[in-house]
Design a protein around this ligand. Structure first.
Ligand SMILES: [Zn+2]
Length: 700
């Protein structure tokens, strides 16, 4: 991606802006293409590219990134001035790759809708404004471009007029835009999509203190339906036609339209302290993670009986029955990570960073091809979980091509945080990096090849007291060992928490961390036999295409010993980070190729067995009332009668330190099944007797 940023011809981004501002273009320079082609989403990619250049410069310090960025900032500033001087705009300060009217027509009196007519339709005009403004702000924040700040402030002043005074020259103009009219604008599918425009204005308020910018940020509140519902923790991401709120919102909300709005709400909360913004964001994220989250961290897709748009949220608690329809737009995960990160600043819930890591090392790392291109960013759009699906790369001019350029130039953004009182350094992620904390005169160097290795090393260059918090990932099952200067530390390393190292540090102190991975199984919450395999943090899809969307079927319990370790016999190492099971190959999802693979499989465990000893009793399921959807899925009774099997419940208690503990688990579960009428007394005896006979078989 750095190579793309270095070598792509930045003049191509200016063509449409110049055309719109009446400025000439050099001969032979063409527009990027895709949606950056002169259509109604044009301009968004220029913004993403500016952010990419700014991030690349911050990361690498190479002049090439800064030179290109400075040139774009300068030229775009000239376009803004030319538009103002030419009197071609209703309000001063507008900058865009298409006429200002495309933005203004979204509001009253026209309330333009999404479509292809360049004279009457519109396409997420504030989304595009957000991307362009973000590009300038990143140029200012990451490379110190004062010119970029001046341009974005003019754009913001224009936005204030555009969103308060509105379309003043229209013959049917009836006065300033009302709150009700804003609600009507933001609830409209695609046309009303505004990205995270609100975060820009809250950011500008932080920089300038001008209350006008905070006012603009709040004009984007999606008050007609989603905002207030999220404050009240009412999950209306998908409704039925009968319960659909608002005048114009669809029954299913478009995922990537709404996720970034909540990052903006968090920025408003940070500026105002108004808790409802925080509450709305916190509740919203929890509606998605875990209730709509696939194994790789992505969300959204169709379900039987839903309309045919895989960018829309699936109904709550639907994982298994939303898989076969594709989905999981990469942009949405980009935005979910941003939101999780921002929420963590205010509430240090380790689950937020566990989610961040899941999304980063699986869907995001797996969103780029292991190839280089200087003409087309080799990143994904959707990342379907469908059995046998393959990933497609190459996204010139799309949303995911834009956020894709950003994703792979900012891996370092969430590795280290510090506490507001500067007493504590949070080490969230295990990524090779160097932290220069100038205020504390500390430099921390992290050396690792994680997640290709299961360890990391931090070297401290600094002196004095500092609490260093290390994240103990939720997936840790085999211990989390910490050594300082080679000496093993006694630490409280609870998975899904942070441990604290309090010390007077000296230059050269080292922290070595070892966190052995294990093979884990994760179940879809609505259908427990639909499962994915993980190796530590890594989703491990099964290579190959079973055909026709059918799942690979695996039986695994018969291979387990008392320690419950799948890697012993069921899913065994096959070199590097690959594994083998039942003759199939598993490899990390981050691998950037297009081979067909199955991130989920079906667990088939029809009989109760302990090693090779068969109890002669079916592996009955408990009735856990699954699935349990909030909105019906065609052909799937809900609440249903699915649930965990006898063997699931026993083995979920592994590892067992001795056979006695194993027998206790078997007996308790068998008693529960007897009490629930799932076992006869005879079946219970058969199961317990088989378990007792398996003592030698199950020895690790
Ligand atoms: Zn996208």
């Amino acid at each position: 991606m750095l190579n793309f940023a270095r070598l792509y011809d930045e003049r191509r981004f200016l063509v449409l802006f110049n055309n719109n501002a009446g400025r000439p273009n050099p001969p032979g320079v063409s527009v990027p293409g895709g949606w950056e082609d002169g259509g109604l989403l044009s301009g968004h990619w220029a913004g993403h590219y500016m952010t990419t250049l700014a991030q690349s410069y911050a990361d690498q310090g190479e002049d090439v990134f800064k030179n290109k960025l400075d040139w774009m900032v300068h030229e775009l500033g000239e376009c803004q001035d030319a538009l103002a001087a030419g009197g071609a705009t209703v309000h001063p300060g507008y900058l865009g790759a298409y006429p200002e009217d495309v933005v203004l027509r979204l509001g009253p009196p026209r309330f333009a809708v999404y479509g292809g007519n360049p004279e009457t339709n519109t396409w997420a005009p504030w989304y595009t404004q957000h991307k362009i403004m973000r590009g300038f702000l990143d140029a200012y924040e990451l490379t110190g471009s004062e010119r970029a700040l001046a341009i974005v402030l003019k754009m913001a002043d224009w936005a204030h007029r555009a969103l308060t005074l509105g379309d003043v020259n229209h013959p049917d103009y009836s006065g300033p835009i009302t709150r009700d009219e804003l609600n009507y604008m933001w609830d409209l599918y695609i046309a009303g999509e505004y990205g995270g425009a609100n975060e820009i204005f809250a950011h500008l308020h932080e920089r300038t203190g001008d209350p006008k910018y905070l006012e603009i940020a709040m004009l984007f509140d999606n008050r007609e339906s989603l905002f207030d519902a999220c404050v009240d923790d009412q999950d209306i991401l998908v409704t039925t036609p009968e319960t659909r709120p608002g005048r114009r919102r669809p029954v299913r909300l478009h995922a990537n339209t709404h996720v970034p709005q909540f990052t903006g709400y968090m920025r408003i909360f940070e500026r105002t302290g108004e808790d409802e913004y925080h509450r709305a964001a916190k509740n919203f994220l929890r509606m998605v993670v875990p209730h709509r989250m696939f194994a790789h961290g992505g969300t959204s897709g169709n379900f039987p009986g839903s309309n045919n748009n895989i960018e829309m949220f699936q109904n709550r608690a639907n994982i298994a029955n939303a898989i076969a329809a594709g989905g999981a737009e990469t942009c949405t995960t980009y935005n979910l990570l941003k939101l999780a990160r921002n929420l963590f600043f205010h509430e240090q819930d380790p689950a937020l960073i566990d989610y961040y890591e899941r999304g980063l090392v699986n869907q995001i790392a797996g969103s780029r091809a292991d190839t280089t291109s200087t003409s087309n960013p080799q990143v994904t759009y959707f990342q379907p979980l469908t059995p046998g699906a393959s990933r497609g790369y190459g996204n010139t001019g799309t949303c995911c091509g834009g956020t894709g350029m950003e994703n792979h130039t900012k891996y370092q953004e969430s590795i280290y945080f510090y506490s507001a009182d500067r007493s504590t350094l949070w080490v969230n992620l295990y990524i090779p990096s160097t932290l220069h904390w100038e205020e504390k005169v500390f430099t921390i160097t992290q050396e690792t090849d994680f997640p290709r290795v299961q360890a990391t090393k931090l070297t401290v260059d600094g002196r004095g007291k500092l609490d260093i918090k290390l994240r103990v990932p939720g997936w840790v099952e085999n211990g989390f060992l910490v050594r300082i200067n080679g000496t093993k530390q006694t630490v409280n390393a609870k998975p899904g928490s942070y441990l604290t190292l309090t010390r007077n540090w000296r230059p050269g102190d080292t922290i070595d961390v070892s966190m052995p991975f294990s093979i884990r199984i994760e179940r879809a919450s609505d259908r427990p036999d639909t499962q994915s395999i993980f190796y530590g943090p890594l989703l491990m899809p099964i290579l190959g295409n079973p055909g026709g969307g059918t799942y690979r079927e695996l039986s695994l319990y018969r291979y387990l010993k008392r320690d419950g370790d799948y890697s012993r016999a069921a899913i065994t190492p096959a070199g590097g980070q690959t594994f083998t099971t039942h003759g199939f190959t598993l490899r990390p999802h981050y691998t950037g190729d297009s081979l067909p693979h199955s991130p989920y499989f079906r667990r088939v465990e029809p009989a109760i067995v302990f090693g090779s000893i068969e109890a002669g009793v079916p592996n009955y399921k408990r009735n856990d009332g699954l699935p349990n959807y909030d909105v019906p899925v065609e052909g799937i009774p809900s609440p249903g009668t699915d649930g965990l099997t006898f063997l699931d419940l026993v083995w979920d208690q592994a590892p067992f330190p001795n056979h006695g503990r194993f027998m206790t688990a078997v007996l308790q579960t068998a008693d529960e099944f007897l009490a629930a009428g799932l076992f006869t007394a005879e079946e219970k005896d058969l199961v317990v007797s088989a378990a007792a006979r398996a003592r030698e078989e199950l020895k690790p």
